[in-house]
Design a protein around this ligand. Structure first.
Ligand code: NAD
Ligand code: TYD
Length: 361
């Protein structure tokens, strides 16, 4: 039975990945989830898997080499899927240090512990081991608005935010391990994800939650910044396929030609909520475009991200399967069915964060 060590599995993408893997492989795999449970880590995301015999949760910090080393000593880990990170650009602008600590130092610790555990006396690595480093397209910087340019795996890194700079640093460490030691790894650089369990600091869940609560919908700058949106389950599938079929030492960009301006996203959410809310629901009356509020732009705001996904398609046969129209409906339906989840997330700390970031209610 193959054993996966998933870091950051209590976060948004990590928890979706764990669900995806158990749905696909059921009892044929074992998953160890290591997460320190920051504000973004939420064990409620994993309620339905926590009783499985082939699932273990370990609360530990990826920067703690002793704790991580012990996990490798006590378990024969076959695959590492490394999600754990500080992930929100706005927070990185306010407090960059923790991004360097978790994203750079934490990745160095993960690499070092995996290397120690997997390396043979002759410097080669045990058969079948692989480290998959989950990264972002934001490392490539910003594209012009002309819609003809894309991020390729060969695009030079040019990160602008402390978040993307720290992810670029972590990618470089993985590349250094591959180049220096022939350490068995892949890197995936994915575009913006959306879907169930996403923390409402990110655009889509924040807009859904605010709209349903009748609160203003904050749009940064002119609202015309472009992101390339991917349904999170498609990302989980891509990671599994790269792990199975990806060539060692390669980088794969994951995205799906689904570019949209932020203001388009906000308008689609309003329309979809209007469509999905029954007439009897009092919230229907206040979900409308009057809530849209243009606010001060994000500092250093990247204008456009867009992935060319040709390499991953050719190499492993991955393509996104959920179009935005369906994906946003599924996401909103999930938030309708999980109001309790959102209530628990919107706690005092979140309120404090929201007020300090947006200076409005
Ligand atoms: P998230 O913020 O929702 O989750 C991060 C998880 O990591 C949380 O559970 C948190 O508790 C955990 N964590 C943070 N610091 C830790 C530490 N020191 N030790 C152990 N665990 C720690 O993030 P996400 O959106 O799920 O993103 C996961 C990964 O995917 C990140 O590496 C991110 O850079 C990358 N990524 C995200 C997106 C996106 O759109 N969200 C797109 C591309 C790539
Ligand atoms: P976000 O979800 O934070 O992802 P990222 O910054 O990693 O791309 O933001 C997506 C886009 O939405 C980005 O261009 C910033 C913008 N945005 C807003 O306009 N208002 C908001 O309240 C947030 C959180 C983001």
């Amino acid at each position: 039975m193959r054993t996966y060590l998933v870091t950051g599995g209590a976060g948004f993408i990590g928890s979706n990945f764990i669900h995806y893997m158990f749905n696909k492989y059921d009892n044929d795999i074992r998953i160890i989830n290591v997460d320190v449970l920051t504000y973004a880590g939420n064990l409620e995301n994993l309620k339905d898997v926590e009783k499985r015999d082939n699932y273990t949760f370990i609360k530990a910090d990826i920067c703690d080499s002793e704790a991580i080393g012990k996990i490798f000593e006590e378990n024969d880990i076959d695959r590492v899927v490394h999600f754990a990170a500080e992930s929100h650009v706005d927070r990185s602008i306010k407090n960059p240090e923790v991004f360097v600590q978790t994203n750079v130092i934490g990745t160095a610790v993960m690499l070092n512990c995996a290397k120690k555990s997997w390396e043979l006396p002759d410097g080669s690595f045990k058969e079948g081991k692989k480290f998959l480093h989950v990264s972002t397209d934001e490392v490539y910087g910003s594209l012009p608005e002309d819609k003809t340019s894309f991020f390729y795996e060969t695009t030079p890194y040019s990160p602008h935010s402390p978040y993307s700079a720290s992810k670029a640093g972590s990618d470089m460490l993985v590349k250094a391990y591959m180049d220096t030691y022939k350490f068995p790894a892949n890197i995936t650089n994915c575009s913006n994800n959306y879907g169930p369990y996403q923390f409402p600091e990110k655009l889509i869940p924040l807009i859904i939650n605010n709209a349903l609560s009748g609160k203003k919908l904050p749009v940064y700058g002119d609202g015309k910044n472009v992101r390339d949106w991917l349904y999170v389950e498609d990302h989980a599938k891509a990671i599994d396929m790269v792990m199975e079929k990806g060539k060692l030492f390669e980088t794969y960009n994951v995205g799906g030609h689904n570019e949209k301006q932020n203001i388009e996203i906000v308008n689609i959410i309003i329309e979809t909520l209007q469509e999905m809310l029954p007439d009897s629901d009092p919230r229907k009356a206040h979900v409308n475009t009057d809530l849209i509020t243009y606010v001060e732009d994000r500092k250093g705001h990247d204008r456009r991200y867009a992935i060319c996904p040709d390499k991953i398609k050719e190499a492993v046969g991955w393509e996104p399967s959920t179009c935005f129209k369906d994906g946003i409906k599924k996401t909103i339906a999930w938030f309708f069915e999980n109001e309790e989840w959102m209530k628990n997330v919107i706690n005092k700390d979140y309120q404090k964060y929201y007020e300090s970031m947006y200076h409005m209610n």
